[in-house]
Design a binder for this molecule. Structure first.
Ligand code: PHE
Length: 383
């Protein structure tokens, strides 16, 4: 009797679990058809962690405002930290694509992590859109377009040119030194593009010098630069490194005006050292346009701070993905990719988006100055 009842219980448990599994599977399958997994990759720790924080904040704000819906689909967010490290970015992308089976990706944030990840996403046929990675190689590498990859920002040939032209035409500067990280595609690209445009416009580049990612003492290169006394010191790196170099340059007596790129945009830039400097960026929070005003107000209400360009572009990237999913009305990667490529005049915070054949939007750049310890709008430059 005892044995019998034990087997009875086991049988019941087995039957019950089978029933649960069957109904559970059925239920899940139905929900699954209408659920899209969106992976977001961002540097939440490491040397540019403010970039990652802004990005994830803005993705969540955009999803919340859309009620985690795109047309008939429910969006499920899966986030990952790449620490602004290319190897780690590949690890987390592998996990998101193979294990979590995300349908679309937002990210990553910097070019050096986004270039390798974009290759993997493209080969795996996962539509990916970075808000912020500006290096050309993100969407086109070795002359080949990565069809599943898009971005919401302008590219560095334009950004470098805007910085150079501003130095020549507006600031009337004639000579410039350039200092860049030789292991980072973003800073190499910007340095080259700035140099080419500065020289093409009649300027002279007095020094074009490189350092390594882990360098903290720049006295040797700065001594060389100081001897030439250039009008401009172009610093195309992220906020931590730029703050460090800027400080040491001033200590060496370098009087040049500092000019840089979007990588400066962080509340953790050394605003005191960088006072008077200029940098190219994607948007200004002071822009009075209704879409910027609404975004800034919403972001401030939720997070208690003014959104930077990283936040604006991650918000835009999320809107673009939601729109492509809705337009495709499908989970199919090719349908989403085609809908994305066909995006026309889609209004985002940082401008109206239409993609060129390379998945890049044609957009204006914003010039900002660090003035009285704050970012101040100077000009908008259209391509
Ligand atoms: N453009 C930078 C890169 O490609 C990332 C960045 C964008 C940083 C916007 C700050 C603001 O690495």
């Amino acid at each position: 009797m005892r044995i019998k009842s034990k087997w009875f219980v086991v049988l019941m448990v087995v039957l019950l679990s089978m029933a649960l599994v069957v109904s559970g599977c059925g239920g899940d399958k139905k929900a699954d058809d209408k659920t899209i997994k969106m992976g977001v990759i961002a540097p939440l720790t490491g040397d540019v962690k403010t970039f990652g924080e802004s990005t994830v904040n803005a993705v969540k704000l955009a999803l919340e405002q859309a009620n985690y819906k795109a047309g008939d689909f429910t969006i499920e967010l899966v986030q990952a930290d790449d620490r602004n490290d290319a190897t780690e970015a590949m690890n987390v992308a592998t996990k998101l694509i193979s294990q979590d089976r995300v349908n679309v990706l937002v990210g990553s944030v910097t070019s050096k992590t986004t270039i390798p990840v974009s290759k993997m996403a493209n080969e795996s046929k996962v539509v990916m859109l970075t808000g912020t990675a500006t290096n050309e190689k993100v969407t086109v590498e070795d002359g080949k377009r990565k069809d599943y990859v898009f971005r919401a920002c302008f590219i560095d040939p334009f950004q470098g040119k805007v910085g150079a032209k501003f130095a020549l035409d507006n600031l009337k500067k004639k000579t410039a030194a350039v200092l860049y990280d030789q292991g980072n595609d973003y800073t190499i690209g910007l340095a080259n593009n700035f140099k080419a445009s500065f020289e093409a416009g009649g300027g002279q580049v007095t020094d074009f010098l490189a350092y390594s990612k882990d360098d903290v003492d720049f006295s040797a290169v700065l001594t060389n630069i100081a001897k030439k006394n250039p009008d401009v010191l172009y610093l195309p790196d992220y906020y931590q490194k730029v703050s460090l170099i800027g400080k040491q340059a001033r200590e060496k007596g370098i009087k040049a005006v500092f000019i840089g790129g979007d990588g400066w945009d962080s509340p953790e830039l050394d605003y005191k050292t960088m006072e008077g400097s200029y940098f190219t960026n994607h948007y200004s929070a002071d822009d009075p346009s209704p879409q910027v005003k609404k975004f800034v107000d919403d972001y401030k209400a939720k997070y208690g701070k003014v959104p930077d360009a990283l936040a604006a572009l991650a918000y835009d990237a999320t809107l673009l993905e939601l729109n492509a999913i809705k337009t495709a009305n499908s989970k199919d990667a090719d349908a989403i990719k085609t809908a994305m490529q066909n995006t026309k005049d889609f209004q985002t915070v940082s401008g109206k988006i239409t993609f060129d054949k390379d998945g890049n939007p044609i957009k204006a750049a914003t010039l900002l100055q660090i003035k009285d310890g704050k970012q101040t709008f100077v000009a908008t430059v259209t391509p």
